[in-house]
Design a protein around this ligand. Sequence first.
Ligand SMILES: [Fe+2]
Length: 402
Amino acid sequence: MEKVFLDDLKIGDEIVKFDRGWLGTDFLTHKVRIDNQAVIDRLRQNGIEYVFIKPRNEELQKLDDLLDGKSANIINEIKEQSSQCQLNLKDLHQASDVYTESVRIVGSVLDDIKCGGAVNSTAIKHVSDSIAEMTMKKRGVLTSITKLKQHDNYTFHHSMNVSIFAASLATHLGMNKTEVQIAANSGLLHDIGKMLVPEELLNKPGKLTPEEYKVMQTHVIRGYEYAKKCGVPEEELKMIIEHHERHDGSGYPYGLKDEQISIFGKIGAVVDIYDAITSDRVYNKGIAATSALKLMFQWADKHINKSIFEFFIKNVGIYPVGSLVIMATKELGMVGKMNAANPMTPVVVIFMNKNGGRMPIKVVDMAKSALDSQKIIGLINPENVSVPPEVYKYIENMNTVG
Ligand SMILES: [Fe+2]
């Protein structure tokens, strides 16, 4: 740990501790990454004078450190706390391994494409098989960790998330194993064309000019042609070519209308939009799941297929079982059960009080509570919280008994 005054902070620094407790601030945790000047301004507005950061030379170990290292730490931390909760810990560990390993593989496949190489279909198949299998076996466990890492290397984390969400949605829609695999596979590949458009456009801060936007739109056709050339089967090309088509025909590249868009194209549109607007980008903070939901409701049956969207939010998207949430009271909890009638009102198992201390488990069924204080105000990144093993056990019981 290194003590640094705000004026000396650099983009990319990772804060591990403030000069005061985080509860008196509007940050959800001490662990904050300096992605832009706005974060430093926000620290200043909170009256913070200095912070402690991770040593800067560790920045270079991006993937290993940020992803493997951290997720391995949480797993180890949880593991150490208990040996009684094997099943849940094993699930979480497995899900985390699948995610970590998949991110690594997808990252290198996308890099290969950027350098003119072919799509490594064996590697992609390996990843999508594990995603499909994990999703079908343990609904929710994998979707709840999609937010584990979202800051760096946006396109491949986005591809991973779209793949997981698409496989999960396909599972909930009752599709068979082959179809779930197609969803997972094409989710990974849906944006490969982005590797073929100039990098300045992908990372441009602010709005694209109309000409730049046109170039950006070519990622769909470029991706389709590239994947086809590499022998990706026809049914897996559908999400690549159709994920920007819109229900009312206003999309691109062909302006197809709902009935002309395949089921994989429709799934792709919903999960692509959802993940894109809820993820943090370098220049753009993701919006809360609840606001995304409101926004997407307005688009349903205009831009996206309403039934698929409703199915997605009821079963997958907003607060999957295992998501960590912060309540209006600033207490933290884990979603224990979803409410199929209303995705906004799950059952939450609260285990941390507003001061960040442990408290006896308290269960809030949001469908039955009219109190405003029992509202969820945000999702918490699982890497920032160590969840007591009895919470997992409690949730497992909840789901087996009732
Ligand atoms: Fe796209």
